[in-house]
Write a protein that binds this ligand. Structure first.
Ligand SMILES: *Cc1c(COP(=O)(O)O)cnc(C)c1O
Length: 301
C-alpha cells in the first residue's frame, strides 16, 4: 500500500512525516526536533554549510571520520585536528578553545572507543558554538546523548540507518536538534531529499526496531570474544563500542597483513593515512573465525 504505483507517481513527503512521527515515539523527542537526511552524510554536509564560512574554525579529534575534513575544505574553513587520546577524557584543548563548530564522533571511527556522557556534557557547557555529536554507531554502545538535547540548545545529534539498521543502500539519516536549528537547516535541504522507497524502508525499520536490537546484541557478543582472541594473538585492541574493532601491533605497518588477508578474500580496512592500524568490521561468528584462522596461518601463530 505504501508502494502502490499511485504512491510512487507522487512526490515523497518533504519532511518525512511518517518517519518523524515514528521516531518521535521511539526516541521520545518531539517531531519538530527531528530532520531526515539522505544518509547522515547529507546531514553533516548541511550542518557544515550552515555553520561554517571561509576562515571559520571547526575542531574535532583525529583520527576520526574523514568526511569532516572534506566538508571543512568545501567551506574553506580552518580545521583544527586535535590528537585523539585513547582514554575516556576529552582533550582540554577541544573543550576550552573557541571555534565556530565542534564535532565529536561517539563512538569514534576508526578507534571504536566511546567517551562517557559526562565528558560530552562538559564540552557542551563550555562551548558557545554548535556541537555535533555524530552518533552513527551509537546503537552498539552503552549510552547516548539524546537526553542532553533539552538542556543544551547547541547540541546536534546526527544518526544513520546504515550501520545498526543495515540499510546503507537506502541512504537514510536522522538528525536530533533544537527546533530552531532544524528550522534553519530545512531551508538548506533539498525539498525531496529522501525518496519514497527510502521513507518506507526507514518506517519499516523503526516499526521493527527489535530486529535491530537483536542484531546489535549478536554483534556485541561477537565483538567481545573476537577482541579477546585478537589480544591473545598479541594485537592491541582498543575497547570498542562500535561494530568494528581497531587493532594495532606496536607501530608495525599493517599493509602486508592487509594484503595477505585480501589475497584470502578477507577484507579489512587499511587506511594509508594511518598505516599502523587495521579496522576490522564485526561479521558473523563464522566470518570472524575464518579471519582468525587466516591470521594463524599468516603469522604462523
Ligand atoms: C557511516 C557514517 C556516517 C554516514 O552514514 P550514512 O547515513 O550512510 O550517510 C556518518 N558518520 C560516521 C561516523 C559514519 O561512520
Amino acid at each position: 500500500d505504501h508502494l502502490s504505483s499511485h504512491r510512487i507517481s507522487l512526490y515523497p513527503s518533504p519532511l518525512g512525516d511518517g518517519i518523524r512521527k515514528k521516531a518521535a515515539e521511539i526516541y521520545g523527542v518531539p517531531e519538530d526536533w527531528i530532520m531526515i537526511g539522505n544518509g547522515s552524510d547529507e546531514i553533516l554536509n548541511l550542518i557544515f554549510r550552515a555553520f561554517l564560512g571561509k576562515g571559520d574554525v571547526v575542531m574535532y579529534l583525529y583520527p576520526t571520520y574523514i568526511l569532516y575534513r572534506t566538508l571543512a575544505l568545501f567551506q574553506e574553513a580552518e580545521y583544527q585536528e586535535i590528537p585523539f587520546t585513547y582514554d575516556e577524557t576529552l582533550p582540554m584543548e577541544l573543550i576550552d578553545r573557541p571555534a565556530q563548530l565542534k564535532v565529536i564522533c561517539n563512538p569514534n571511527s576508526p578507534s571504536g572507543t566511546f567517551f562517557p556522557i559526562p565528558q560530552m556534557e562538559k564540552l557542551l557547557q563550555v562551548s558557545d558554538c554548535p556541537v555535533v555529536i555524530d552518533e552513527a554507531y551509537v546503537d552498539f554502545s552503552r549510552d547516548n546523548c539524546l537526553s542532553l538535547l533539552k538542556t543544551y540548545p547547541n547540541l546536534l545529534i546526527p544518526r544513520s540507518f546504515s550501520k545498526s539498521f543495515s540499510l546503507a543502500g537506502m541512504r537514510i539519516g536522522i538528525l536530533f536538534a533544537h527546533p530552531e536549528i532544524v528550522h534553519g537547516l530545512l531551508k538548506l535541504k533539498d525539498s525531496y531529499n529522501l525518496s519514497c522507497l527510502s521513507q518506507v524502508a526507514a518506517m519499516a525499520a523503526l516499526e521493527d526496531i527489535d530486529a535491530m536490537w537483536e542484531n546489535v546484541r549478536k554483534i556485541r557478543e561477537t565483538r567481545e570474544w573476537f577482541t579477546r582472541a585478537m589480544r591473545e594473538l598479541s594485537f592491541t585492541v582498543r575497547p570498542s563500542e562500535a561494530n568494528f574493532v581497531m587493532v594495532q601491533k606496536g607501530g608495525e605497518n599493517m599493509r602486508l597483513l592487509y594484503e595477505a588477508l585480501k589475497s584470502r578474500q578477507i577484507l579489512v580496512r587499511f587506511f594509508p593515512e594511518w598505516p599502523d592500524l587495521l579496522r576490522i568490521s564485526i561479521g558473523t561468528d563464522l566470518e570472524m573465525k575464518t579471519l582468525l584462522n587466516a591470521l594463524y596461518s599468516i603469522t604462523g601463530a
